[in-house]
Design a protein around this ligand. Structure first.
Ligand code: ZN
Length: 468
């Protein structure tokens, strides 16, 4: 069989791996948007490096756009088959993809209306609209975790809990030819040990080949177990000491739920000061409902908390902000408060306004709680510049800019290393490291080599490997 890396190779986004079995059956694992190659935003330039009509099956590991974002286009360009994922992944993907279609349409309208007449035809069109998302989501078939599903007589797939995000799965493809069975495991994005709400990743067993994510292959994070103390430290500095504001940019799906749950735990312990906590994101509200709908996927600690308190995300002072009028009220709120809003990299969305309103206030703290890609406003804030341009206007930075990695949804180098070792067995022939930039991939390759694990490849975009 053949393994081809069409995305997230020597980079983080755009996950898309193809497994071609000896009988010609083609499986695509993930079909994500590639943020490191902006040309995809221009529909005319976008194309798949293969014919979507030739695929037999698509498996989606989890809902994040860098794994799911090109599925509507794949269907639109001729993919005829089914898409397999877990139920929470379907529910979260719907919210994320409809949101993405909306953002694209609004961006297009904004640029189109401002473009001079002769440039209007060149304004990049949305890659897909809501209608296409709907068509693609109708193709989804959901599977529970840990149940082998026969796709054909000699091919089966199984979804294994990957942590990372509610419903996130690793995928094992099992193929039998002439009595010989080969198992290929795709980790998908992994979660951390002791993450909030969801369980630690379950290692895949009896693999012949492993494709593993390596986002932080060279980095060490603060232990997830310190999330309460860590957040409390920033609350103490920003709220208790100076009665200021704590602004937390956070991804609406996953990160926001973790942060709100930690705040909820602090509140139930009587450790949260009496301030309003605003969650200003309609997408976060919808995603939180999905989390609440799936208590069976909670880790033991969260399940016990739910049993004791009846809710994971509810405490006095917490306000979910949906409509724009309420958003404006929050933007104009002058008292000390905590605001959690999206987008996580501060590149757009309601958080930009909160950052803009607070950046010149020495009593405000902007706490970056996630990865910020180069070129994003979040990245510029972290770079320590004294003046920051937001939407064409310059602002002097007087607020505190802080960063925490305690809420990272990806494992650090020790956690990845441990996971890979737990997936290893004497029959494991090769490991492929993906979903990381080169320094992180090489760091993990070196770490594994020091343990005598040498059959580790770092594939490049478009690389094809004959396996089994
Ligand atoms: Zn992810």
């Amino acid at each position: 069989m053949k393994l081809t890396f069409w995305g997230a190779a020597k980079q983080v986004t755009g996950s898309m791996h193809m497994l071609t079995l000896d009988n010609g059956y083609k499986i695509l694992v993930d079909c994500g948007m590639n943020y490191e190659q902006k040309r995809e935003m221009n529909e005319d330039a976008f194309d798949f490096p293969f014919n979507p009509a030739e695929l037999d099956l698509v498996i989606l590991t989890h809902a994040h756009i860098d794994h799911s974002g090109n599925i509507p286009t794949l269907v639109n360009r001729g993919y005829k088959g089914q898409i397999i994922c877990t139920e929470p992944t379907l529910e979260l993907s719907k919210h994320l993809l409809f949101d993405s279609a909306n953002i694209q349409l609004n961006e297009f309208k904004y640029l189109y209306n401002r473009a001079p007449k002769h440039r209007k035809a060149h304004v990049p069109r949305p890659i897909y609209l809501e209608r296409e998302v709907g068509v693609a989501m109708d193709r989804v078939v959901t599977l529970p975790f840990n149940r082998k599903f026969k796709v054909q007589e000699d091919i089966s797939i199984e979804l294994i809990e990957a942590g990372h995000l509610l419903g996130a799965a690793s995928v094992v493809v099992e193929y039998t030819l002439n009595g010989k069975t080969t198992r290929v495991g795709f980790s998908g994005d992994l979660g951390r040990d002791h993450a909030e709400l969801i369980r630690t990743p379950t290692p895949m067993q009896n693999l012949d080949y492993l494709i593993s994510e390596t986002t932080y292959g060279g980095r060490k994070h603060t232990s997830s177990e310190l999330a309460e103390q860590d957040l409390l430290k920033y609350i103490d500095e920003a709220i208790v000491k100076v009665r200021g504001k704590l602004i937390i940019p956070a991804f609406s799906v996953g990160r926001t739920q973790s942060i709100v749950h930690v705040l909820c735990k602090l509140a139930k312990k009587g450790l949260l000061p009496q301030v309003k906590v605003f969650v200003d994101s309609p997408l976060a509200i919808k995603s939180t409902h999905v989390y609440s709908k799936h208590p069976e996927l909670l880790n033991n600690e969260a399940a016990a908390f739910l049993k004791q308190h009846g809710d994971l995300f509810d405490f006095e002072g917490l306000k979910w902000i949906d409509n724009l009028d309420r958003h404006e009220q929050v933007a104009n709120y002058t008292d000390s408060c905590i605001i959690i809003s999206a987008a996580g990299m501060v590149e757009g969305g309601r958080i930009q306004e909160h950052v803009k309103n607070n950046i010149q206030n020495p009593f405000s703290t902007i706490l970056i709680a996630g990865f910020c890609a180069e070129g994003t406003l979040g990245h510029r804030l972290l770079s320590g510049q004294g003046v920051i341009g937001i939407k064409g206007k310059d602002y002097k930075v007087y607020s505190k800019i802080a960063r925490t990695d305690v809420f990272s949804s990806h494992p650090d180098k020790d956690e990845i290393f441990r996971y890979i070792k737990l997936c290893s067995n004497p029959n494991l022939k090769r490991i492929f490291l993906v979903h990381g930039d080169e320094p992180n991939l090489i760091a993990m390759q070196d770490m594994l080599a020091q343990e005598g694990i040498n059959h580790v490849e770092i594939p490049d975009m478009g690389d094809e490997f004959l396996i089994a």
